[in-house]
Design a protein around this ligand. Structure first.
Ligand code: ZN
Ligand code: ZN
Length: 342
């Protein structure tokens, strides 16, 4: 089968590899669509976190497809079923899992290999993180279950109340998913911040009430102005840089919540003003990944179109052209997510 192998930074090659053999409890799926994601782009351009991905490997982690082979011992799924799965499966028995923090599982398995004609789903993942896709939902839409699950988890932690002003730093794929989700959580007003005008326009089309171009305006001043001098009830950082993590702390009102969502480069630190944290009673939360329940909920939200993810897929490309797809993502800020079709 054809597969896109990642060997290192910017080294992605289409190769002929063997179709994985299915063992006990495993499932082979014909990939129908895989979507590109900010995490992929980050790994492609600056390297990887060894805990999550080991190179070389078939790349890609957001996907959906059709079951073509079901391993021994499984009553579900059935051959021909439309499914999505992964990209993680917790063990359910480590200390973190026992505390219900399945997203922090110490024995998490991660599945890569979406940019290929076939993908094998490990037995544990079949059991805890694979769902059937309703007929009316396209494979491309279903592929977005993974990032939406992470965003949904974050939104639950962000403590958004009906009518709140929610400020989102970053209008890339994740920032935009946060925008759609915050609206459904009852945000009265969403302020979207980015450096790229095209992205801010996109955010506006998706329902952002105010946009701030961080390259042209003083962000702290502008958000104060828009909030009667108080700052935002909730601030969500969706970029993953220490500087914007710190900026988020300056945009929140007293008693408000900051959700530091974007993963920063390893080893980085931020400064926090102790007075602001103490006298301002700030809540600052990190959020990482999602639990199997979030994946299930995210697919339901996509299926009911409560969160319509279709506008985020701005282009479709063949698997053979994946290198070109990543070049486009690196240079053009107009594309949000590219659906890769094997
Ligand atoms: Zn992703
Ligand atoms: Zn565990």
């Amino acid at each position: 089968m054809k597969a896109a192998m990642l060997y290192g930074v910017k080294d992605l090659r289409i190769e002929d590899v063997e179709i994985p053999k299915v063992g006990l409890g495993e499932v082979l799926v014909k990939v129908k669509a895989a979507t590109t994601c900010g995490t992929d782009l980050k790994i492609f351009r600056r390297g990887y976190v060894e805990k999550v991905i080991k190179l070389p490997t078939v790349f890609g982690h957001e996907w959906a497809g059709e079951v073509v082979e079901v391993g021994e011992g499984l009553e579900w799924p059935k051959k021909g079923m439309r499914i999505r799965a992964g990209n993680s499966a917790p063990c359910l028995h480590c200390t973190m899992c026992q505390k219900g923090k399945y997203n922090l599982c110490e024995n998490m398995i991660w599945l890569w290999g979406a940019y290929a004609e076939y993908i094998k789903v490990p037995a544990r993942m079949v059991l805890v993180n694979m769902q059937e896709i309703p007929q009316h939902v396209s494979y491309e839409e279903a592929a977005i279950t993974e990032p939406l699950a992470c965003v949904l988890h974050g939104a639950e932690e962000a403590n958004i109340k009906p009518g709140d002003t929610v400020t989102i730093i970053g209008a890339g794929p994740i920032g935009l998913l946060h925008l759609l989700t915050a609206k459904k959580f009852g945000a009265g007003r969403v302020i979207s911040i980015d450096l790229v005008e095209d992205r801010l326009n996109f955010a506006e089309r998706l329902g952002a009430d105010e946009t701030v171009n961080a390259g042209k305006e003083d962000v702290v001043e502008r958000v104060r102005e828009l909030t009667g001098g108080y700052g935002s009830d909730v601030v969500i950082e969706a970029i993953g840089l220490p500087s914007t993590w710190e900026q988020a702390l300056k945009l929140v009102r007293k008693g408000g919540t900051v959700l530091e969502f974007g993963g920063c480069p390893p080893g980085t630190e931020i400064k926090v003003n102790t007075e602001k944290l103490h006298y301002g009673e700030l809540t600052v939360r990190g959020s990482f990944h999602a639990t199997p329940l979030h994946f299930r909920k995210a697919l339901n939200l996509i299926a009911s179109r409560t969160i319509d993810v279709r506008p985020l897929i701005t282009r479709k490309m063949r698997l053979e052209n994946i290198r070109e797809a990543f070049d486009i993502l690196m240079t053009s800020k107009k594309e949000i997510k590219i659906a890769i079709i094997p």
